[in-house]
Design a protein around this ligand. Structure first.
Ligand code: C2E
Ligand code: CA
Ligand code: CA
Ligand code: CA
Length: 274
């Protein structure tokens, strides 16, 4: 029998049955973890390349399962999307991120918003409510979206992005370069920032093509008045090259991994030299 993939017949095989059962059980656990408020939020520093200072952080959800240990978001985010839990998860992450980071002004906090959350009619109103409840200044919030959100009903999505922007929230296009028709989106949607996918950054040292793409993306973004963040920066070689190209900010293990709020707060204190 085929181990993986498109063969529909394998759906009925016992191995797939086990997979389904495992998925159902994980879904039940996720539902419970959400209800119990067990999902945590970690923060990864974003730095200004001019002076290498922390100017913000991306909030990334973490799930420590009592038996399985750390479950990666790439496993449970799709599950949450398939089971309708993503709305609740997204609101939880936003609330936690705001509560933890409210005292870190003027730092900006970026949260990831799933394309499926854009199906929620009152998305912007929900965000406004959570911002008001937590006292978090909307001008310090960034919403990271992927092309997937724009592919859906672009009119509806555009309307929600406009309402978020009206609150003062910034809109960031995540994973730039991994999709299909990114260039037209730049014209169509009101992005404040674009994040170059880590794949290109990784290729920078090695391939002239990656470096050329990065140069072109930065040039294009700047001519449209859009700020650029380079993701997945791991080496000082990449950092130097990005500086040379005029990239404004970066994020990656070179500056810090995603870390619990306490650790991030300590990092900020260390930076606050007179
Ligand atoms: P993303 O939004 O592209 O987030 C960046 C991912 O790259 C994070 O993985 C981060 O830990 C990782 N990363 C950062 N710097 C480096 C680096 O220098 N090298 C390498 N190899 N990796 C780096 P993470 O936290 O596992 O998240 C994976 C994805 O899960 C995210 O990709 C995002 O799509 C999704 N995700 C995470 N948290 C949330 C959330 O709260 N809501 C939603 N909707 N999606 C989330
Ligand atoms: Ca992101
Ligand atoms: Ca990304
Ligand atoms: Ca990604």
């Amino acid at each position: 029998a085929k181990a993986e993939g498109g063969n529909r017949a394998c759906f009925f095989e016992p191995a797939m049955d086990d997979k389904l059962r495992a998925r159902r059980s994980l879904e039940g656990d996720l539902r419970q973890a959400l209800a119990a408020g067990e999902l945590a939020v970690h923060f990864q520093p974003q730095v200004e390349l001019g002076n290498t200072r922390i100017i913000g952080a991306e909030a990334l959800v973490r799930w420590h399962h009592p038996e399985r240990g750390a479950v990666p978001p790439t496993d449970f985010i799709p599950l949450a999307e398939d089971t309708g839990l993503i709305g609740t998860l997204g609101e939880h992450v936003l609330r936690q991120a705001c509560l933890e980071a409210v005292g870190w002004a003027p730092l900006r906090i970026a949260v990831n918003v799933s394309p499926l959350q854009f199906r929620q009619r009152d998305l912007a109103e929900t965000f406004a409510r959570i911002l008001a409840e937590t006292g978090f200044d909307p001008r310090r919030l960034e919403v990271e979206i992927t092309e997937g959100a724009l592919l859906q009903d672009s009119e509806q999505t555009l309307e929600k992005l406009r309402r978020l922007k009206a609150l003062g929230v910034r809109i960031v296009l995540d994973d730039f370069g991994t999709g299909y028709s990114s260039l037209s989106y730049l014209r169509q949607f009101p992005f404040d920032k674009l994040k170059i996918d880590s794949g290109f950054v990784r290729g920078m040292d090695r391939s002239a093509e990656s470096a050329a793409i990065i140069r072109a993306v930065i040039g294009l973004s700047h001519s449209l008045g859009i700020r650029v963040n380079a993701e997945g920066v791991e080496t000082s070689g990449q950092l130097q090259a990005l500086r040379r190209e005029g990239c404004e900010e970066a994020q990656g293990y070179l500056f810090g991994r995603p870390m619990p709020p306490r650790e991030f707060a300590a990092l900020l204190r260390d930076q606050a030299v007179p």
